[in-house]
Structure formats: C-alpha cells, structure tokens
Design a protein around this ligand. Structure first.
Ligand SMILES: Nc1ncnc2c1ncn2[C@@H]1O[C@H](COP(=O)(O)OP(=O)(O)O)[C@@H](O)[C@H]1O
Ligand SMILES: N[C@@H](CCOP(=O)(O)O)C(=O)O
Length: 354
C-alpha cells in the first residue's frame, strides 16, 4: 500500500494515506488545474494556477491500456496518450514495475489555447503514478508499506513533469497552485510558490482557434536586444511584487502611522505597467490579430491583459470584482469569457484501493 502525503514545498493537496495493512493502492483520482504561463514579461518562468480543472482517474490492471475521455477534445487512446506516457515515465523514474492501465479523463481545459492543457495532462499522470503501488498490485499481495513511504514529492515531480513538457512554468503552477516562478540550475528545474493577492480575479478570453505551443515557440528569435531584455527583467520583478504584495501596506516604523493602503486604482495601474513584455508577445501577437486587438481594448480600459501562455487565449488580471466586471464588459466577439478564481492548492491526489 502506498500513501500519498504532501511535502513541505506543496500546499493543501495531500490525500490521506490509507492505513498500513489495507489493500494496495490500485488506483488514483486526480484533479489538476489549468494554468496561465508567462503573464507578460515572465517568459518560461511565471505561472498562475486557475480554478478550472481536468480530472483523471487511473485504475491498475494486469496488462493492456484503455483510455476513456469525456470532453470535446480528441486525444490519443493508446500508449501514446499523454497521461499514459506521463504515468509510465514516472513509474520508470521511481523504479516501479509497469502495469496495465485503465484511465478515465474528464477534459475541461481546452487544448492548444494557452491554458496549459498539456501540462495538466502531464501533472495528472505524474501525480497519479506517485500514488500507485504497482509492485504490490502485480504481486497480488496486501503488502503493508509504512505510512508516508511514498510521500508525494512535488519538487521531484516538477523535474519529471518538466522533462516531458519541455518548459517548467505551467507544470510548476499545476503542481503547487498559486503564483509560481520557475527556473533551472544544474540540478534541474526548481520553483518558488507565492500567494497571489486576495483580490486577484483572472478572466480568460478563449477563442475557438488553436495555437500549438511548439509552433508558437518557433516564432521567437534566438537573440533579443539588451535593452529589451533589461526592460522585461524590470517588468518581471515589478510583476512578482504587484501580484503578491500589492494589497499589504508596508510595516510602519515604531510609533508612527503606516502609509495608507494602496488603493485599487493605483495597484491596477502598477499591474498594467508590470505586465508589459518585450520577450515573446511582440513576436506572437501578429499571428493572432484578434487576441492582439482584444489585449489592446482591455489595456485601454485599464485592465492588465496578456497573451496566456503561447496563446491565443487572452488573460486579464483584474483586481477586485468591479474591475473583473469591467473586463467582462469589454467587447470580445468570438471569445468565450471565463471569469475564474485563482487555484491555491495545485494538483490534488486521492489514492484508491481496489
Ligand atoms: N488531457 C489530455 N490527454 C491527452 N493529451 C492531451 C491532454 N491535454 C493536452 N493533450 C495534448 O497536448 C496538446 C496541446 O498542448 P499544447 O500545444 O502545449 O497546448 P496547451 O498546453 O496550451 O493547451 C493536445 O493537442 C494534446 O495532444
Ligand atoms: N512559456 C511557454 C508557455 C506555454 O504555455 P501553453 O499553455 O501555451 O502551453 C511558452 O510561452 O511557450
């Protein structure tokens, strides 16, 4: 039996460990959030988890593979399915034997729109695999494993998921929830998770057209001018502050009154400046003119709007209900408008015993 617990780097999502001596974990149920990467200047680094979810249920079987999908999107149904591939890659990484797999997916996150559907599929597979005691299942035993023996290590999961996805920003946000900054050192990808301001109200504007992330990355130049890199570095630093510290006044010196709480309008102006970018959007927006025009209309209305991931979805980062309503009121013909919550938990896993 394998229990899944949380590691100190993750929040909330821990599923409870079944007690030692029970039947082996022969399945897992996973809920994984959509994510918006980049957020303007944070190319390949920033991610925001959104309250919009795919669900995956995995059951072990002796051999073979079956994939049942609910949702509008067409996906592979054999060993080449992204969820299956991610489960298998993770089991290999963990040194566990490969079983047969029956997978049921409820796919809500639209594909190829810049809302991290591939990251959601990958993180769902990686998280599910962590929970599965394939050795006990294949041996057909009730072998007890000490509680927490296979604690869900989100930092390790980030490494496995990034290797499959190719960039860490979406998978980091899907794993940890909230606002994440991802980077890589010689040991591989790492992420810092921060709590976004309480009044952040993302609104996604989703068109019916698709963009392949791989294709869209091909539009980016190999080199950028130093001035543009410096511009984006400054904006990215500002954005990390504006997204996480905007509504908390700095502490007052002893005996003095603190500065007044920054008003929403001032914070919204800061967010508008902080979401300017010269690293990826200038190269991508010409290919998605409707998204470019919508970003322009939202920004003209004072709402910080950016291309979500590689697009073509537009993400508005509204502050408070009033600005979210203003964003929803901006003309967006051809776009489905989704006011969303921020997901603060990241992927959630529930082990299932047979
Ligand atoms: N739930 C899923 N199951 C299987 N494959 C998926 C799933 N979600 C996404 N994919 C694969 O990922 C592709 C979309 O990935 P990508 O081009 O990176 O766009 P995005 O991640 O922005 O939606 C889909 O066309 C499909 O091949
Ligand atoms: N940093 C990546 C993010 C891609 O996100 P997706 O949701 O479009 O897959 C990029 O900008 O290419």
């Amino acid at each position: 039996m394998t229990g899944v617990t949380d590691t100190p780097t993750g929040r909330g999502a821990a599923a409870s460990s079944p007690s030692a001596g029970a039947a082996p974990t022969a399945g897992a149920r996973v809920r994984v959030p959509a994510t918006s990467a980049n957020l303007g200047p944070g190319f390949d680094a920033f991610g925001l988890a959104l309250g919009y979810y795919d669900e995956v249920e995995v059951a072990l079987r002796r051999d073979g593979v079956s994939v049942r999908v609910e949702g509008a999107e067409q996906v592979a149904t054999g060993e080449d399915n992204l969820v299956i591939r991610s489960i298998r890659a993770t089991l290999d990484e963990l040194g566990r034997p490969q079983p047969g797999l029956a997978v049921r997916c409820v796919n809500r996150v639209p594909h190829g729109r810049g809302l991290g559907s591939s990251a959601a599929a990958i993180v769902a597979g990686v998280a599910a695999a962590w929970a599965l005691d394939t050795a006990a299942f294949l041996a057909g035993t009730d072998r007890p494993v000490p509680r927490g023996a296979a604690a869900f290590d989100r930092a390790a999961a980030l490494r496995v998921a990034t290797a499959i996805e190719g960039h860490p920003d979406n998978v980091a946000a899907a794993l940890f929830g909230g606002f994440t900054v991802a980077w890589a050192d010689t040991d591989g990808p790492l992420a810092y998770r921060a709590e976004p301001v309480a009044d952040l109200r993302p609104v996604a504007f989703v068109p019916s057209a698709r963009t392949s992330t791989a294709h869209s990355r091909g539009r980016l130049p190999e080199h950028v001018a130093h001035a543009n890199a410096a511009f984006s570095a400054g904006r990215a630093g500002l954005l990390a502050l504006a997204l996480t510290q905007g509504d908390a006044p700095p502490p007052a010196p002893a005996g003095l009154a603190g500065p007044p709480r920054a008003d929403a309008a001032a914070r919204a102006r800061l967010l508008l400046a902080a979401t300017e970018d010269r690293l990826h959007q200038p190269y991508r927006l010409p290919a998605v003119p409707e998204s470019a025009a919508l970003i322009g209309r939202l920004r003209d209305a004072g709402v910080a709007a950016v291309l979500s991931g590689s697009g073509p979805t537009v993400l508005a980062l509204a502050l408070g209900g009033e600005q979210a309503a203003a964003a929803v009121g901006v003309a967006a013909p051809g776009f489905a408008v989704l006011p969303l919550a921020v997901d603060r938990d990241g992927v959630r896993v529930t082990p299932l015993v047979s």
